[in-house]
Design a protein around this ligand. Structure first.
Ligand code: CA2
Length: 148
């Protein structure tokens, strides 16, 4: 079954590969989006990847894609720990949501341990580096692809 996975990245993730490689690795956001597209292709799926530093822009993207995307991969960055508005938007989507964090948020500061999104996500992948996005694509494919 063909379909599009929404890949949403939140604030500062446009700096991937540019700063803090010791925390987030050396891959750029373009590399991550290409990884998702390659992985999705293996399952006959495509991706619609968006990144913004503006919360409303990502919420608008959720509204735009909420019924058309087969699933959502969401790395909301710092909004993970702050945003009821993003949670409310994501609660309206039809497909599964996989929450991804590149770093192991549970091994970091206390304020990163709580997520407003985890309880509405089908799955959570943390601390696997950017490979977590590929795992998330495979998981959405497993949850949404009909095998004959
Ligand atoms: O580990 C993750 O993926 C995070 O979602 C990344 C967020 C952080 O606020 C979350 O607690 C965990 C921060 C993204 C900032 O990305 C940067 C990338 C390169 C350089 C600076 C920031």
């Amino acid at each position: 079954m063909a379909g599009t996975i929404a890949v949403l990245n939140g604030p500062n993730l446009n700096l991937l590969g540019v700063r803090k490689p010791e925390v987030y690795g050396r891959d750029t956001l373009a590399d991550v989006e290409a990884l998702c597209a390659r992985e999705a292709e293996r399952f006959g799926l495509t991706v619609d990847a968006r990144q913004s530093n503006h919360e409303g822009v990502i919420i608008d993207a959720v509204h735009e894609l909420r019924t058309s995307a087969v699933g959502f991969i969401v790395n909301a960055g710092a909004w993970t720990h702050t945003s009821v508005a993003l949670r409310d938007a994501l609660e309206t989507v039809e497909g599964p949501i996989i929450e991804v964090h590149i770093s192991n948020v549970h091994a970091r500061e206390e304020f990163r341990h709580h997520s407003y999104l985890s309880s509405i996500a089908s799955g959570i992948i943390v601390g696997c580096g950017v490979q977590g996005y590929a795992f998330a694509v495979a998981r959405i494919a497993a949850l949404t692809t009909v095998s004959v």
